[in-house]
Design a protein around this ligand. Structure first.
Ligand SMILES: Cc1cc2nc3c(=O)[nH]c(=O)nc-3n(C[C@H](O)[C@H](O)[C@H](O)COP(=O)(O)OP(=O)(O)OC[C@H]3O[C@@H](n4cnc5c(N)ncnc54)[C@H](O)[C@@H]3O)c2cc1C
Length: 190
């Protein structure tokens, strides 16, 4: 069993994992290991519903660092007159290029395909060997702080405010004085 050090261990090279790693590369100096059960990035697009295109224009899909598609408008077919919708093979080709042209050349990403994540920072590769990942960075849990209870406020009539303060030094909240009765309403009642 080997042991590998990294800043982030990302399980899954689907749309989410790829977008997350892309963001790590642009916004941090972190190193990453991507472990994925599939043979290439793209997640479920590699093996499910190959006939289903994107439902939204290609330009709205993918990662921040590179556009998917050419932002062109289809001239034929059911989508004629609308922005192109990438096919599954276009999506997987896009993620494969992203991996080989951007992630790996950065020198900060290790990509492990056909590997199963076993939990507890361990994964198994195709040859049956198991590996442990030592993750250096992690999100620190925010400590729960106890806020002091807000002082209870007493409600008193406005004319009764005076210079009174409660034991915390707060002035009591004043209630609006009672409205005088509506004389027209009384006339009507009579
Ligand atoms: C038919 C269909 C059409 C869709 N169309 C659209 C669309 O047009 N627009 C849109 O925005 N969204 C669409 N979606 C939704 C979108 O594709 C998914 O929400 C998105 O792909 C999910 O990405 P993901 O990375 O979370 O998961 P996935 O794409 O499922 O990727 C998960 C990855 O994790 C890997 N993995 C899981 N467990 C392990 C493990 N233990 N060890 C190693 N690897 C593991 C898998 O191999 C896989 O590669 C569609 C979904 C479907 C099913």
């Amino acid at each position: 069993m080997s042991s590998i050090d990294t800043d982030y261990l990302v399980v899954g090279a689907g749309a989410m994992g790829m977008a997350f790693v892309d963001m790590l590369l642009s916004d941090t100096d972190a190193t990453v290991i991507i472990v994925d059960a599939g043979h290439q990035p793209g997640g479920h697009r590699n093996n499910t519903y190959p006939f289903v295109r994107l439902h939204q224009p290609s330009a709205y899909y993918g990662v921040n660092s590179r556009p998917l598609g050419t932002d062109s408008i289809d001239e034929t077919g059911f989508n004629r007159g609308f922005y192109e919708l990438a096919t599954s093979s276009e999506i997987t080709a896009y993620y494969e290029q992203l991996k080989s042209q951007h992630f790996l050349p950065s020198g900060r990403v290790t990509y492990v395909p056909v590997a199963t994540y076993l939990g507890h920072n361990r994964f198994r590769t195709l040859d049956g060997s198991e590996h442990t990942v030592r993750v250096r960075r992690f999100r620190r849990r925010r400590r729960r702080t106890q806020r002091p209870a807000a002082p209870r406020r007493r409600t008193i009539a406005l004319h009764d405010r005076g210079g009174r303060q409660d034991r915390h030094g707060h002035r009591p909240v004043a209630a609006a004085p009672r409205r005088p009765p509506n004389p027209r309403a009384l006339d009507h009642a009579a």
